[in-house]
Design a protein around this ligand. Structure first.
Ligand SMILES: Nc1ncnc2c1ncn2[C@@H]1O[C@H](COP(=O)(O)OP(=O)(O)O)[C@@H](O)[C@H]1O
Ligand SMILES: [Mg+2]
Length: 307
């Protein structure tokens, strides 16, 4: 096992590729009922390699194809062209049953923790369902596993019998994370997981994500329109625009010497880039005030558009 470096990346000859996209394109037809329809190329010829233990960020303005790429990588969408290899297996052409077993090791967490949970299922049921269905545990073993997962995401075991509506947004996102972890994933795609949360809660969830990754040895693809957040959590950053992956750079390269003019404009519009997050939750509110006060971009700034 390699030790993570200070910036969270893993280096060394043992670094393995966990996920590889080769020339992936996704086209959607829209408005097909009116004549010939219109084609949207949501993702254009994207190639990307993610190594085990890495945290790779994906940034870009709304509509640039980030979510579609994330979904393609987990084969929640079928690519129009190209291949996706998860741990060396081409999953772009797998049948449904083979896909199901491959997917166990890759999970996605979405932006909206309110719609992601069934309002009628208790926390115990929500987290226990995948454990019961997919890992075959029963009875007390499920309960113990639910409690272990709640502990990892920082919720008390007394949360078990409550319904999602009894929790705040940040707590619900913790429940979603516990549910994703229930299948023992090796790769997590996090699609704007903190974008729907208050900024102080955001910092707490980011801290949790950082700790979870090192403690559980997870690999992240972290999707966000918020550069400051991505720069905090990710050791490599990919920039998307109009469906293309323009550039993938280490965080240091991204901050010091981005190759692409668009990436430079993104960086220059966020002076707080690289600002460390507080080490504990107590300081999170202070961090939030500082970020807000200094005008940190919560969306891709208009200055960076249209380049
Ligand atoms: N199911 C779909 N049908 C048609 N167009 C889609 C679909 N999903 C995404 N798109 C289009 O693909 C482009 C990229 O969308 P998306 O991946 O959601 O971008 P982002 O996550 O960066 O905001 C957008 O133009 C969007 O309208
Ligand atoms: Mg999106």
């Amino acid at each position: 096992m390699l030790a993570p470096t200070a910036n969270g990346s893993l280096h060394g000859p043992e670094t393995e590729t966990i996920l590889e996209a080769r020339g992936v394109t996704k086209r959607y037809r829209t408005g097909a009922s009116f004549g010939r329809g219109h084609e949207v190329v949501a993702v254009k010829n994207v190639s990307l390699t993610i190594h085990a233990g890495e945290s790779v960020g994906l940034v870009g303005e709304s509509g640039s194809g980030k979510t579609t790429l994330g979904r393609l990588l987990l084969r929640l969408e079928e690519p129009s062209e190209g291949e996706i290899l998860f741990e060396g297996t081409d999953i772009s052409h797998l049948g449904e049953s083979q896909l199901r077993s491959a997917r166990r090791h890759m999970q996605i967490v979405f932006q909206d923790p309110f719609s992601a949970l069934n309002p009628w299922m208790t926390v115990s049921q929500a987290i226990g369902e995948p454990i019961w269905l997919r890992r075959g545990l029963r009875g007390d073993a499920v309960t113990r596993e639910v409690e272990r997962l709640l502990d990892i995401v920082g919720l008390p075991s007394t949360s078990k019998d409550r319904l999602p509506k009894e929790f705040s947004g940040g707590q619900r996102q913790r429940i979603c994370l516990a549910r994703a972890l229930a299948l023992e994933p090796r790769l997590l795609v996090l699609d704007e997981p903190t974008s729907a949360l208050d900024v102080s809660v955001q910092a707490q969830i980011l801290n949790l994500l950082r700790d979870m990754r090192t403690e559980l040895g997870l690999t992240y693809l972290f999707i966000s329109h918020d550069l400051a957040v991505v720069a905090y959590l990710c050791s490599r950053i990919g920039v998307m625009r109009y469906g293309e992956l323009l550039e993938v750079a280490s965080r240091e390269q991204f901050v010091d010497r981005p190759a692409h003019a668009y990436t430079r404009a993104l960086r220059d519009a966020v002076p707080e880039i690289g600002r460390p997050l507080p080490e504990d939750d107590q300081d999170a509110a202070a961090w939030a005030t500082a970020m807000n006060g200094s005008g940190a971009a919560s969306t891709i700034p208009t200055a960076a558009r249209g380049l």
